[in-house]
Design a protein around this ligand. Sequence first.
Ligand SMILES: [Zn+2]
Length: 302
Amino acid sequence: MIVTHISTNYPADSALTYHYIKRLGQKYPFLSSESMGKSVLGRDITVLRLGFGPRRIFFFGAHHALEWITTLILLRFALDYCERKTRGGRFGEKSINEVFAETSAYVVPMVNPDGVDIVINGAASAGDERENVEKMLSGRDPSKVWQANARGVDLNHNYNARFDEGKRLEGEYGVTGPGPTRFGGPYYESEPETRAVCRFLRARRCELLLSLHTQGREIYSPGDSPESKAWLGELSRLSGYRAAVPEGIAACRGLCDWFALEFSRPAFTIEAGQGKNPLPLRDFDGIYAEVFPMLAAAVCGM
Ligand SMILES: [Zn+2]
């Protein structure tokens, strides 16, 4: 028997994440995975698929490197979901087999593998970009400040939604060029990571999208359709998180902003947990208990 365990005693860098995904695939034959594209440094952006139904939903983690705990949340969710499928029985209001037949859940645990590795393993992990990363850090500790990809582009500011407005606001946040956070890139989808995400989503009709970040115990939604509002209320009720309206630079250029504009479907940025990024691993169980019901509800549908 293959023992699969997602440890929450230490962070998962890209190598450990790929290892976990491989083991999950070996243990649960109904779980498939593929690469949706490569990062700047050629690391895979892996997407897991659970279920085979026509209703497609997406979960994303670790756009922001300091927020690597979101990778562990999604890996643990994939494991729990696989375990429930193996045991059978009910999942929410439905049988687990019914949920599997209705919904395809696409789970992307780590959108930004290069950035996560810079945070966990240091600038030395950035290969050809090492010197450049060190210059952008100018002496700061990456494990406390690095949110961007290996070229100093903040991936959740690189999508095509009010891009020019976000660019104008960079100055107010002291952003003058590539660096650890909030630089949106020279133009939208300039980065291989965001291009991979957009390409994947454009090729599939997606019903619902949840993008995990930390922190604040808040849920942001750019959509104002009745369906979007209903989901926002439900997610907020399930988690105890506050429904919030994004403002300033946070209202521009994010995955959910772009997705809602392009597809007019509900999309939510979930700011999990509370504290200073990176959130400590001792908070994992509490955060997971808040986030799991939202992910499960998204999979089951309303
Ligand atoms: Zn974030």
